[in-house]
Design a protein around this ligand. Structure first.
Ligand SMILES: Nc1ncnc2c1ncn2[C@@H]1O[C@H](COP(=O)(O)OP(=O)(O)O)[C@@H](O)[C@H]1O
Ligand SMILES: CC(=O)OP(=O)(O)O
Ligand SMILES: [Mg+2]
Length: 398
């Protein structure tokens, strides 16, 4: 069975086509700048040359049509007809309390996702655009939704409630939901497999640090706490998001700068984090380069990012009364040896002993970066959110 995985953002659409007989990726790619003057399609067919096309793509339906054209193209394509695609799986960030698991798309599921627009105004509307676009182009193909929040639905009340009037939970479902659940779920299972130990026995801290970042305490295979909150703004410092801050700053700054709700949301989500402190970039590679050149703002940005991540690791070790395994994953976690080193060399009180030569190895495979004596196993595990989506879709449409 061939399954197309779609991860739609407000101005982008990432895709991967899987052959589920062996879970191989036939092609993957990305449409960027949807709705802007020149949109870019980058298509990477496995075993063939990468292909890019610049054109005007005004909305997601056209973007999906372009993707289907690329997938079936005589030269760059990997299938002969769209009818070979037997299911489509969509990433949706917010599933609220309704979607504790992945689901087939039905009219009821779509209206529930629409009801959640309110809780996730930055994330769910673009997902719905992706769903509508796929339905318009492939009306008879079953479609599924896989939520970032589902894995975290096992958190206990004490972890997901905020200490604010309960009426806000009762009326509006204001609580912690978390995100990146497919990734935290995947890498915690991979960690147990790598170590050859039962997941049920392990206390794992998974650090998913990419452009967005979150950290999760996984006990016995279940999420018991996570750093993202009602929205993906809370928690770690990220590329352009502030992470944790005193909530009193929001009304204070709104008042002083005469900002609207949209402006303050944009400030905290798009103009904060590494970008704001370094003054250079939201990309950890450029911030690290700045630090290595001795640039003060980049150095501070790196130090804040590392310090805040380390504090979360400490607090989740306390939350679970111990930690057996720490996992680093996603763009920064998988690639930045210097960030991992700086975090781990200040966690020796947990009995962590970093093996610097293992940490320096670059590889796309799961690997251990601690010594045989280390009391905590620290692993680098490449995440694969798309594979989780493809597997769930395969299971649901069977
Ligand atoms: N070698 C590297 N060193 C440090 N950071 C890196 C490196 N390679 C990639 N990154 C970081 O990974 C981020 C992207 O991570 P990714 O998980 O792909 O994010 P997302 O899925 O949120 O777009 C980039 O912003 C970049 O900062
Ligand atoms: C939820 C979220 O932060 O997603 P991403 O890391 O893809 O931005
Ligand atoms: Mg990501």
């Amino acid at each position: 069975m061939k399954i197309l995985v779609i991860n739609a953002g407000s101005s982008s659409l990432k895709y991967q086509l899987y052959d589920m007989t062996d879970e191989s990726v036939l092609a993957k790619g990305l449409v960027e700048r949807i709705g802007m003057d020149s949109s870019i399609l980058t298509h990477k067919p496995t075993g063939k040359e990468e292909y890019t096309e610049v054109s005007e793509i005004l909305e997601h339906t056209t973007a999906v049509r372009k993707v289907l054209n690329a997938l079936t193209d005589a030269e760059h394509g990997v299938i002969s007809s769209v009818s070979e695609i037997e299911a489509v799986g969509h990433r949706v960030v917010h599933g609220g309390e309704i979607f504790k698991q992945s689901a087939l798309i039905t009219p009821e599921a779509k209206s529930e996702i629409r009801r959640l627009f309110d809780l996730a105004p930055l994330h769910n509307p673009p997902s719905m655009m992706g769903i509508r676009a796929a339905e318009a182009n492939m009306p008879n193909v079953p479609q599924t939704v896989i939520f970032d929040t589902s894995f975290h639905q096992t958190m206990p009340e004490k972890a997901y409630m905020y200490a604010i009037p309960r009426v806000l939970y009762n009326k509006y479902k204001v609580r912690r939901y978390g995100a990146h659940g497919t990734s935290h779920d995947f890498v915690s299972k991979e960690a147990a497999k790598f170590l050859g130990r039962p997941l049920e026995d392990l206390k794992i801290i998974t650090c998913h640090i990419g452009n967005g970042g979150s950290i999760t305490a996984v006990q016995g295979g279940l999420s018991v706490d996570t750093s993202m909150g009602m929205t993906p703004l809370e928690g770690l410092m990220m590329g352009t998001r502030s992470g944790d801050l005193d909530p009193a700053i929001v009304p204070y700054v709104m008042n002083k700068e005469e900002l609207t709700v949209n402006e303050v949301n944009s400030m905290l989500n798009k103009h904060s984090g590494l970008l704001a402190i370094s003054g250079i970039s939201s990309d950890m590679r450029e911030v690290t380069e700045g630090m290595e050149k001795g640039e003060a703002n980049s150095t501070l940005a790196f130090e804040m990012y590392e310090y805040r991540l380390r504090k979360y690791i400490g607090s989740y070790a306390a939350a679970m009364n111990g930690v057996d395994v720490i996992v680093f994953t996603a763009g920064v976690g998988e690639n930045s040896a210097v960030l991992r080193k700086r975090v781990l060399e200040q966690l020796t009180f947990l009995g962590i002993e970093l093996d610097e030569s293992l940490n320096a190895i670059r590889s796309g495979e799961p690997r251990r970066i601690t010594t045989a004596n280390s009391k905590v196993e620290v692993l680098v595990i490449p995440t694969n959110e798309e594979l989780v989506i493809a597997r769930d879709t395969f299971r649901l449409v069977q």
